[in-house]
Design a protein around this ligand. Sequence first.
Ligand code: FMN
Length: 382
Amino acid sequence: MNYNQAITVGDLRDIARKKLPRSVFGFIDGAAHDERTLRDNEGDFAKIRFAPRFMVDVSQRSQQVEVLGNTFNSPMILGPTGLAGILWPEGDLAIARATQAKGIGFCQSTNSNCSIEQLATRARSDFWFQLYIQKDRDFSRSLMQRAWNAGSRVLVLTIDLPLPGPRERDQRNGFTVPPRIGLDNIFDYASKLGWLFRLATGPKFTFGNIDNPDAPARKLMTLAQYVSAAFDPSVTWEDLDWIRREWQGKLAVKGILRADDAKRAQAHGADAVIVSNHGGRQLDGSPSAIAALPAVVGAVGDKTDVLMDGGIRRGGDIVKAMALGARACLIGRAGLYGLASGGQPGVERAIGILQQEMDIVQALLGVPDITKIDPSALFEER
Ligand SMILES: Cc1cc2nc3c(=O)[nH]c(=O)nc-3n(C[C@H](O)[C@H](O)[C@H](O)COP(=O)(O)O)c2cc1C
């Protein structure tokens, strides 16, 4: 099957699994420890039922939303995912261009394989930028300044990675970044010739924002070493005050799972909170994002936007999240499966599938304008 024959995000995942070396597929598909939170992210969406309203005029339907000063055709932002370049040459640019073509948002990761400046000049300049606070605060500041100068007006501060999560699939598969090819994994890499050829003949694989003279710690070999050496596990809410002073645009805090943390983020100046467990890649045993969402929405009221991510594989999942109070959703793996399946058109296929699914769900549910949805669109079992 080709990406343009894919009917669902699940189909794109199947194609990605066939096209990627096992260890590379495991890196995007996998999560922490027993991967329970990953499964719950998806499974808890499936447990929610719709309460369709009929005899509603659904001849005109809209997915358009306003989020943090942006207007998007659909309530979707392709979320920050480091290392997209290992799936497809210049993968971040492919994702950014696909999001622009589809009229939705894109958030670049600190660990992107292209630099902030490359993204802005070669794909789109109205991107969101995701920051991991580095021990070297000057370097963190320079990342923020570069993002602002390039055109970004939304900073996403990810707070759930004091240390990288324990990804056992990666350990088992001997996955490292950059890939280390040895006797144990040479067949894994060599078996996926299309992928190998694209990566070998494409532009050199770099860490756009970190392969930089301002980032001395990057001289270490692997990304894991870099993260351990450079990311700061001592970050507290006071650092959010510092970020708030430094960043003049909109500020979103990503990795919120508790009502009290949502209130803290709000009190320290966040314009939005993103309910997220990092796609189950950090603390296994955390609640699913969709289960954590209602309490956060209840805690912050109307003053702060609530976004969410984790487990979105169907357009209907986005509708459910919005019924529970999310203003929009970030999408992680669904876009990456598309990228691995076919580069930019593969990502566009993933977005298009989610948009089409949302559209039919809205029509059958009786919600022509997605911004008007509320919890009454969901069935409550008694
Ligand atoms: C391969 C991969 C890399 C990721 N890298 C980052 C990152 O650099 N920064 C970040 O804040 N979140 C990162 N995430 C988490 C995503 O932004 C998002 O929270 C998660 O993927 C959402 O779950 P989903 O994949 O089920 O949609 C990454 C996720 C994946 C799968």
